[in-house]
Design a protein around this ligand. Structure first.
Ligand SMILES: Cc1cc2nc3c(=O)[nH]c(=O)nc-3n(C[C@H](O)[C@H](O)[C@H](O)COP(=O)(O)OP(=O)(O)OC[C@H]3O[C@@H](n4cnc5c(N)ncnc54)[C@H](O)[C@@H]3O)c2cc1C
Length: 565
């Protein structure tokens, strides 16, 4: 395959490194196995902290076919921090909702949460080959820190007390590479996982889906359409999504006992699509099939994402049903969570137990994601006769009772908070605002360069969000913050004032909340002088929040989060 729609596959240069007695002379601090979207995201997440990595990728091009297409707002926030956002927004198609139909009747029109405070759309659609291409571009811009090795396959690995020995094959030449840390991002069939004798555990579902991408010039808007029991697929479901370049994704369920090879024959797929397009009134337009694949649902995970010096992320760590689009979105959450933690450990600014919180938090993320995805899967591809009957009853009632149509809501991926994380700091009680473990709340503010958002002030740093209405800080707090700004290379103070002028600086920024909206969002709307501090972790999650004795609690909080004494 060398082209899909307007996307042209470019073979990447394969390079064998200089070897000494069959081994690379240089020992690497971090080796990332797998240059898929999660591996590339991790390399970028480490590079923003100045940490170098080598990425081992067996293919010589970005992925074949479109695979993941729906990217959530949270992932876009992460991509912005990784320095890769503009291309995603230029090419991706933003969307906000969709429709579900039972036979030929619409039973649900859903919208994803969105409000005027947001900088980014709730979701964009973008083919995975573009996703990987844009990440590769961002990686190239970091070539001093990221060594991306195309056409290099991991064939074996030997974990050791202080690192890992990797056996690689490139252009037919076997050679070794030593790394202090290895991150397995080698996808669903992970060789790293198998080499360590580890298995994914969880639920595998029976439902089988054929996935086809077609080129079709249609002006139907970008929204997700789902048909239950349509005449084109009686008893089963069909999904349709728009992608850039007039590419459309059509997913349709086939019987559990269907012969998959036969179902994937182009003439069978084309006949199905022809019938479905005719039924939805798009049959008069020219179209062509550009990619097919098959899919089977499963929600499975490793029991632990850290095994000594080997860490797992993305599909190597877990498998997620596609309904609700949590696969890649959760993989980037892994990468962003692990990136800052490993970077701080490698920079000597945090102790190793911080890495165990990666597994703790992201396993929690898996279980929250899996619970939603399983509910969606049970509705989209009912696993038993009982679920079929329940779905039938819900769908037929939904035609007359719109409330019941909500059951056909696809439960798209949502932001994952860590309410029980061991990194959450004892905090004061607030009646609004993101509690410890939650992701920061976006807010429009005025910055030194004009209109801004809170997220513009975030970066590879702990951030003290200081709500000081007059812009003046309590002297003890000011002194503590100045000491932290001076002693910690990765500390930022962001003062949110209601009066005065926005101001910029290397370690301290003042943003203006003219409308008071940010004060309300963060729970400081009790009085004109209501004030306090939120401590944000480098991944934008809240570590703690306080109204009193803030200076001491900030210092202690930072020590606790970094496991330093
Ligand atoms: C049809 C379909 C639709 C999907 N839709 C969505 C969606 O809309 N939203 C969403 O969030 N997710 C979606 N997903 C899931 C998403 O595609 C995956 O979760 C995502 O690709 C995982 O990324 P990864 O980097 O962990 O693994 P992969 O993308 O599988 O990348 C692994 C990489 O490792 C390389 N590799 C493997 N073994 C070796 C080795 N031994 N040596 C060297 N390199 C190796 C591979 O070549 C590959 O490049 C979809 C998946 C499918 C199949």
């Amino acid at each position: 395959m060398d082209r899909i729609g307007r996307f042209v596959y470019q073979p990447q240069p394969v390079r064998l490194p200089a070897l000494v007695q069959g081994r690379e002379a240089v020992r690497h601090r971090v080796a990332i196995v797998g240059g898929g979207p999660v591996g590339l995201g991790l390399a970028l997440a480490l590079a923003r902290w100045g940490i170098a990595s080598v990425v081992i990728e067996s293919d010589t091009t970005v992925c074949e076919g479109s695979r993941a297409i729906c990217i959530s707002r949270r992932s876009l926030q992460i991509l912005e921090q990784l320095g890769a956002l503009p291309r995603f927004l230029q090419t991706g198609l933003g969307w906000q909702g969709g429709r579900s139909f039972y036979r030929d009747r619409q039973i649900l029109h859903f919208t994803m949460p969105h409000d005027a405070a947001q900088k980014l759309p709730p979701m964009i659609n973008l083919q995975q080959y573009y996703i990987e291409e844009f990440l590769v571009e961002a990686v190239r811009a970091q070539s001093a820190l990221i060594d991306l090795r195309w056409g290099t396959e991991l064939v074996g690995l030997d974990p050791q007390a202080d690192g890992v020995a990797l056996a690689l094959r490139c252009s037919g030449v076997d050679h070794g590479l030593q790394a202090d840390w290895v991150i397995a991002c080698d996808g669903g069939q992970s060789l790293v996982r198998r080499s360590l004798g580890l298995k994914l555990e969880g639920t595998a579902f029976e439902g089988k889906y054929v996935i086809a991408d077609i080129e079709l010039a249609s002006d139907y808007p970008t929204e997700r359409r789902a048909w239950f029991d349509p005449p084109t697929n009686p008893g089963y479901t069909v999904l349709m999504h728009k992608q850039p370049d007039d590419i459309w994704r059509i997913d349709y369920q086939i019987p559990d006992d269907a012969d998959l090879d036969a179902a994937l024959r182009p003439e069978r797929v084309e006949a199905f699509i022809r019938g479905h397009l005719a039924w939805i009134g798009e049959g008069h337009r020219p179209w062509r099939l550009v990619w097919t694949s098959a899919y089977r649902a499963g929600a499975m995970t490793l029991a632990d994402y850290r095994h000594g010096r080997v860490l797992f992320a993305g599909n190597a760590a877990h498998a997620m049903p596609i309904f609700g689009v949590r696969g890649l979105n959760s993989g980037w959450d892994d990468a962003f969570n692990l990136g800052w933690k490993l970077a701080l450990v490698l920079r000597g600014e945090a102790a190793e137990p911080l890495l165990d919180t990666y597994s703790e938090e992201r396993l929690h993320g898996f279980h929250v994601n899996a619970a939603s995805a399983i509910k969606s899967t049970e509705f989209m591809a009912p696993p038993s006769r009982g679920f079929v009957l329940m779905r039938e009853a819900a769908l037929s009632l939904a035609v007359e009772h719109p409330r019941i149509g909500a059951l056909a809501n696809p439960r798209q991926t949502h932001v994952i908070d860590y309410p029980t994380s061991s990194l959450n700091l004892p905090s004061d009680v607030f009646d609004a605002g993101p509690p410890p473990g939650s992701v920061f709340a976006e807010s429009p503010l005025d910055g030194p360069q004009g209109a801004a958002h809170l997220s513009d002030a975030l970066g590879p740093a702990f951030v003290a969000l200081v709500f000081a209405p007059q812009g003046r800080l309590d002297p003890a707090l000011d002194e503590t913050l100045r000491a932290l700004e001076a002693s910690h290379p990765n500390w930022r103070t962001v003062v949110i004032a209601r009066q005065g002028r926005p101001a910029g600086g290397d370690t301290r920024t003042t943003l203006l909340d003219r409308t008071g909206e940010a004060y309300v969002r963060y729970g400081f709307a009790h009085s004109e002088s209501d004030s306090g501090v939120y401590l944000l972790r480098p991944d934008g999650h809240v570590a703690g929040r306080w109204r009193s004795a803030v200076a001491t609690r900030l210092r202690e909080g930072l020590r606790r989060v970094c496991f330093s004494h």
